[in-house]
Design a protein around this ligand. Structure first.
Ligand code: SAM
Ligand code: SF4
Length: 351
């Protein structure tokens, strides 16, 4: 093994704060070195966040989007996509179904658009919280601070707003009309309003380097992120990046395991994109540091149209089938489904 790698690994094993150089050494690991990172990440996961796997049932309630992110199949200019919006009553009913199955967190996700006003979304959050003993995560993109405050007041506990890439130039190129600084400012607002803030990145974006990935992890740490969704970029048809190669499972596992070493208490989900590029993806990720699964609770008739990227798993499943598959994966790795809300264990952040 390389000297630099061993030094970084030893610092991680002693829970010392990892430097950018350490992170690059870990991310550049060869096959033998990767096994050592994966084992250590799994040990750290067991030690700091335990054997529970938290279920966050996700309802993809609308695929309308006013943005044109170059990587995403929901982008405004994709005119071939059939668009849908679930009515509020159906979102609330789907959340009840997910809660009855056992999800203690409901994630409401959509494209970015103004159709669901701050007041409407806040009313949906309030109705779900009134009828179910669940935590709520929102993932509806860039909104005004006033809207974030409304959602929080209505009872939203967490907000998922990925920084996607820590490279400001790449961010601006991939998300036209927006900036990394704007995204981070929103993460700060959310933290100030008392949300548990989730971020994340995509592995394998064009122009991304190991240094970019190291900076992604440093950014999670600097922003005091409580959950980091790390998944491969999957090229999607009818987007400007459709001809790209996309991220690999090997690099995704390294990025996730390295994040566990850098942030032992963070919640790290097994992303749907990881499960999409590898049939064993979810199980592999759970063995390399992940401790969260987001079973799809979207009613079956909408799933095909929430087409962020091709080949998404579970397109024909009902929420019950998605839940059962997730339970099976938990059993396959010899762990158990979390019984509580799965709130974060760390709550320190730099704002
Ligand atoms: N519109 C909201 C936003 O952008 O924050 C939430 C929905 S968006 C579809 C959720 C996530 O999908 C994004 O944060 C991004 O990381 C991921 N995503 C989009 N296109 C992807 C692709 N081609 N491959 C992998 N992940 C992708
Ligand atoms: Fe819209 Fe989010 Fe997709 Fe960007 S990533 S196009 S904001 S749904």
């Amino acid at each position: 093994m390389r000297k630099k790698f061993l030094e970084a690994w030893e610092r991680a094993a002693k829970c010392l704060e990892l430097t950018r150089e350490d992170l690059v050494a870990l991310l550049s690991s060869d096959d033998e070195e990767s096994v050592a990172i994966f084992q250590l990440a799994d040990e750290m996961r067991a030690r700091f966040v335990g054997e529970e796997i938290h279920f966050r049932g996700i309802i993809e309630f609308s695929n309308h989007c006013a943005r044109n992110c170059c990587y995403c199949g929901l982008r405004k200019d994709n005119l071939e996509l059939a668009r849908y919006r679930m009515p509020p009553w159906e979102i609330i009913e789907s959340a009840g179904r997910a809660a009855a199955l056992g999800c203690r967190t409901i994630v409401l996700q959509s494209g970015e658009e103004a159709y669901y006003s701050g007041e409407i979304l806040a009313a949906i959050v309030r109705a779900i919280k009134k009828d179910n003993d669940v935590a709520i995560t929102l993932s509806v993109g860039d909104r005004s601070r006033q809207d974030y405050a409304l959602f929080r007041k209505a009872g939203a506990d967490r907000y998922l707003l990925k920084h996607e890439t820590s490279d400001p130039r790449l961010f601006a190129a991939l998300r036209p009309g927006t900036s990394l600084e704007g995204r981070l400012e929103r993460q700060r607002w959310l933290a100030e309003l008392g949300y548990q803030v989730g971020s994340g990145n995509m592995v394998g974006l064009p122009g991304q380097t190991l240094e970019t990935l190291a900076d992604d992890i440093l950014l999670f740490r600097r922003m005091g992120i409580e959950m980091a969704g790390i998944g491969p970029f999957i090229p999607s048809g009818r987007t400007p990046l459709s001809g790209d190669t996309g991220g690999t499972m090997a690099m995704t596992l390294k990025a996730l395991a390295t994040t566990r070493l850098a942030m032992p208490c963070a919640h790290l989900p097994a992303t749907t994109s990881a499960a999409t590029i590898d049939p064993q993806g979810r199980v592999k990720v759970l063995q390399c540091g992940a401790n969260v699964i987001m079973p799809n609770m979207t009613p079956a008739q909408y799933r095909e149209d929430y087409s962020i990227y091709p080949g998404k798993i579970g397109l024909n499943d009902t929420p019950e089938e998605s839940y059962a598959r997730a339970v099976k994966d938990v059993e396959n790795v010899g762990r158990h489904v979390g019984v509580g809300y799965g709130h974060t264990r760390q709550h320190k952040r730099v704002v």
